[in-house]
Design a protein. Sequence first.
Lengths: 115, 114
Amino acid sequence: AAGVIQSPRHLIKEKRETATLKCYPIPRHDTVYWYQQGPGQDPQFLISFYEKMQSDKGSIPDRFSAQQFSDYHSELNMSSLELGDSALYFCASSLEIQGRDTEAFFGQGTRLTVV
Amino acid sequence: AQSVTQPDIHITVSEGASLELRCNYSYGATPYLFWYVQSPGQGLQLLLKYFSGDTLVQGIKGFEAEFKRSQSSFNLRKPSVHWSDAAEYFCAVGARNAGNMLTFGGGTRLMVKP
């Protein structure tokens, strides 16, 4: 079965550069979630989108922005990168069904290293 | 706001021994509850989930968890641990009115002795 695809898997950037992380949800899934996991930390929710609209916002820095496109893939744009942005970034997707409990499926993550 | 506590940062068990990983949550209503496993440098794999119904939930790889509302707990258990179970385990809670926006616990690193 198709899973959540994230690209790239690894990314190295210098301070003050920009980065774009991409997430391709499971086919027919309409909701995407982004999480950030720092070294030795638990994943922290950043932001989510449902049907191309932002649905929830967590601890996402103002330097970051994200969007969901018409084909439901999502991109996380990160500007003015700082050393502390080095982390594993997860994307998850789900299909929202009225009145039903659904789960989110996680991708393998993108490891961003800022040097 | 919801929160999750995993009291044990590290646990070491012998191969073949039983395992219980603790998870306590704070949430105003009945939450969605999850256990994920993460191998080093890898993604999050869902072991099991609780949405409603039977409070004893069976998952993959021989894991089970029990939702105890009175104790606000969702402990993960396995009767006999295998060396391949060594990994980081995360408990997570989701709010019923916020889809799958999850709050994770700090994780428990499991080490398995031969």
